[in-house]
Design a protein around this ligand. Sequence first.
Ligand SMILES: [Zn+2]
Length: 102
Amino acid sequence: MSKTIVRPVIHQKPFKIKIRENATGETVETEYIHYWESPETTEERNYYIRFWWEEGNGACDCNRGGFFHRARGEEDKETCGEVKYSVDISDEQGEPIYSDMD
Ligand SMILES: [Zn+2]
């Protein structure tokens, strides 16, 4: 007998990401879906998104590099670090949520 684990998914709209590879200045734009397990308000959502990109897994080059290379159809081969990529995140309406791109 198989068990189905149901995770409550509340927010499934794609966020827009711009990611710049700082060494080359090359920028890609892509989208991602963040799956939620907590009740959503816009404030809570934006707080969580900022945290994820500023201090969480999204702050690390390995994750940022994954988005960058997948968007270019390339193999992802990044290692961890915090200097290779800058990001700009906005919601599905284009409202800015987080940026560390100057
Ligand atoms: Zn990492």
